[in-house]
Design a binder for this molecule. Sequence first.
Ligand code: PQQ
Length: 247
Amino acid sequence: DAAEGGLSKSELEAVLRQVGAERYHNRHPFHHKMTSGALSKAEMQAWALNRYCYQAVIPRKDAMILAHAEDPAFRAAWRKRIEDHDGEDGWSGGIARWLHLATSLGLDAEAVKSEKLALPATRFAVGAYLSFCTNRTLLEAVASSLTEMFSPLIIGERVPAMLAKYDYITEDTLAYFSRRPEQASRDADFALAYVLEHADTAEHQQQAIDALVFKCDILWAMLDALQHAYGAPTNIPPGAFRPEAAR
Ligand code: PQQ
């Protein structure tokens, strides 16, 4: 089943899984710091409010993908992602549950929603994801979502560690994550099948691989930004969230 001059479907899948094994953000030192229990509460708050920016852009990038899709069956499957994040009325889905996570950590809902306290690099990373899905081919945009193949893994590392290592974190704080692994598996299965089917030349296969690398870089850069800024108080950019002690 090899594409002309390219990989078979199973070889392409193996390369994509290898990209995740090497470059997914569960390999990042900030994630390891989180799971080892060593984050300060301010670092945890900073993670939550920066990550809110990512959550908030997801349904917008998915709407870009919908706009590029000519197949009604594809759109019908993909639009569930927007419903998962926005819910029925905008505030009964994943974004609202992420906001709950952030406010449970003591952050103000309006401050989080405004995104004003986020780091510059977070904004650039999130904006790059949106423009990638706007300007690249449907195949590349779908392939860039394939980090979700690996998100059940990082959630499985993160949630038990957060519950065990931080006394201010409860099951209620982390309610966001209870739905994600199931949604992510459904979404990743669909996206992977699409990519394996439509990456039908060596060039398209390379585009799909590069799209997944790009997306791993987005997630990596977001944790780099947190590590740099909150690793030393003098690194926090003006206007960004500051721990009380550094005000
Ligand atoms: N990725 C997407 C996407 O690219 O369409 C949507 C989501 C992710 C989510 O809704 C997530 O909650 C999510 N969570 C993590 C995580 O907790 O580390 C990672 C990812 C990912 O790998 O992109 C997503």
